[in-house]
Ligand binder design. Structure first.
Ligand code: HEC
Length: 130
C-alpha cells in the first residue's frame, strides 16, 4: 500500500466517523426537544385544545394567545411560553401570580390539560421547551 492509498483510507474513516457523529447528534437533539406531553403533535388533540382555549383562556390571553391588557393586569403572550410542560400543568392546577387556578373556572381533566398544552405547543414560536 503506497502513501496516497493510506491517506485515502484515513479520509474515508474520518468521514464515516463524522456521519456517525451527526446521526447521534440529531437523534439526541430530537429526543431532547420532544415534549413529554403524551398528546403532543396529535392533530385531534390540537383541535380540541383550540376549542378549549377559546372557551377557557381567550378572555384573558387573547383570541390568538398573543396576550392581552385587561386594564388591571397584563395576561402574557402564550406563544412565547418556554417553561415546559411540567411547569404549564403546575400553573394551571395551582394558579400563578394573578392568574387563578384553572383560569378561575372549573377544573380540567388531565386529557383537557394535555390538549391545551398540545395546542399551545402547536402555535408557539419556539417549540423547544414544551
Ligand atoms: C382571569 C384571567 C385569566 C384566565 C381565564 C387565564 N389566564 Fe393564564 N394568566 C393570567 C395572568 C394575569 C397571568 C400572568 C400571571 C402573573 O404573571 O402574575 C397568566 C399566566 C399564564 C401562564 C404563564 C405564562 C408565562 O409566560 O409565565 C400560562 C401558561 C397561562 N396563563 C395559561 C393559561 C391557560 C391555558 C388558560 C386557560 C385554561 C388561562 N391561562 C386562563 C390570566 C388568566
Amino acid at each position: 500500500m503506497n502513501v496516497t492509498n493510506k491517506n485515502k483510507n484515513i479520509n474515508v474513516c474520518a468521514i464515516s466517523f463524522f456521519k456517525i457523529f451527526l446521526c447521534i447528534y440529531f437523534i439526541s437533539y430530537s429526543v431532547s426537544t420532544k415534549s413529554i406531553n403524551p398528546l403532543s403533535m396529535d392533530t385531534d388533540s390540537i383541535n380540541n385544545g383550540a376549542e378549549l382555549y377559546k372557551k377557557r383562556c381567550s378572555n384573558c390571553h387573547g383570541i390568538n394567545a398573543e396576550g392581552k391588557n385587561n386594564g388591571f393586569f397584563l395576561s402574557p403572550n402564550l406563544k412565547k411560553f418556554q417553561k415546559g410542560y411540567t411547569r404549564f400543568l403546575n400553573i394551571l392546577v395551582n394558579g400563578y401570580g394573578r392568574m387563578p387556578a384553572w383560569g378561575g373556572k372549573s377544573e380540567l381533566t388531565d386529557d383537557q390539560l394535555n390538549q391545551l398544552a398540545a395546542y399551545l405547543e402547536h402555535i408557539s414560536y419556539e417549540k423547544k421547551n414544551w
